[in-house]
Design a binder for this molecule. Structure first.
Ligand code: SAH
Length: 227
């Protein structure tokens, strides 16, 4: 079974969005992965299908109701669905390439996109949602965060990138940022391609790339080296 994503959202029109074009879009049309959206409002309460209410304890904004969200989750992922249940959230575990790889190796994901101030804590606990953050800033909703997560996963799925991924050292694959890239022309605005890259000495190229990767990582992301 190909990777199956189910997105719970108040804005299903945002999907597949940017994942409908380029390699991810072609892979979606081929059936190399699947994407289903569930409109949370369909589980809303009353004539107006309300999905949110005022925060207990007072304060600004609205909170998504646990009963509404739980019904949407239970509809999307009934008992026995083995896929991880995620919720996009600035309080979550920071998304990284290890987590992305783990997801890509699995059956798919059920992803809740929050809106407003967030989601009632009880449904996060009761349905065992793993909160995932895409960075230390606040978005207006979880949809773009879910698209970011899926983009990172889909490009790792078998067949999606063709040969493009094979044999390359990408950023984070070995705990380092990637080395710099160059292509033709050999000289551009007086700048030359580093001669080692056109020397034909594959061993020297590999050593240069490794050294550059280490230098860039030390300079820009010393935290990665410490890990
Ligand atoms: N009041 C919350 C922010 C709510 S933002 C707080 O201070 O923590 C509304 C929704 O956008 C969230 O429920 C979440 O689904 C999404 N979101 C916002 N920032 C995000 C981030 N950095 N990573 C992932 N999802 C995010």
């Amino acid at each position: 079974m190909p990777f199956a994503a189910t997105i719970l959202t108040l804005y299903p029109d945002m999907f597949p969005g940017p994942l409908g074009v380029s390699l991810a879009g072609k892979a979606l049309s081929r059936g190399d992965w699947s994407l289903e959206t569930v409109q949370i409002r369909n589980f809303g309460r009353g004539k107006h299908r309300l999905v949110d209410d005022t925060p207990a304890g007072g304060g600004a904004g609205m909170v998504m109701r646990p009963d509404v969200v739980a019904e949407a989750i239970d509809h999307a992922a009934p008992e026995g669905d083995k896929r991880p249940r995620l919720m996009m959230s600035p309080r979550g575990r920071p998304l990284d390439q290890d987590f992305v790889r783990g997801l890509a190796d699995g059956p798919g994901a059920v992803i809740l996109c929050g809106r407003f101030e967030g989601v009632d804590e009880r449904v996060i606990e009761a349905r065992g949602l793993t909160e995932i953050s895409i960075g230390d800033y606040v978005l207006s909703g979880g949809e773009i965060a879910a698209l970011v997560l899926l983009d990172a996963v889909v490009r790792l799925l078998p067949g999606v990138m063709g040969n493009a991924l094979s044999g390359t050292h990408e950023s984070f694959e070995d705990g380092l940022l990637e080395h710099p890239h160059y292509t033709r022309p050999a000289e551009w605005e007086g700048r030359m391609i580093p001669p080692v890259l056109t020397s034909g000495d594959h061993g020297a190229v590999e050593r240069w790339r490794r050294t550059e990767a280490e230098r860039l990582t030390a300079e820009r992301r010393p935290d990665l080296l410490r890990r």
